[in-house]
Design a protein around this ligand. Sequence first.
Ligand SMILES: [Zn+2]
Length: 76
Amino acid sequence: MIIPVRCFTCGKVIGHLWDPYIKRVKNGEDPGKVLDELGVTKPCCRRMFISHLELIDEIILYELKLTPKVRKKEEV
Ligand SMILES: [Zn+2]
């Protein structure tokens, strides 16, 4: 959903690296080289980036669609 601030395993702060990482990968750079250059070298930290799916924008759409219906049911 949202990239965690810290690596789940080692606790390294990684949240601030998501935006530069995804921007460079979308521009066609190799994800492995980008992670190396950002200083993300440990496998536990690298998996945080590789396995992350940015779903917040899609989930917000469902929340906006469902919220009025939920409110009507609660009022009845
Ligand atoms: Zn780590």
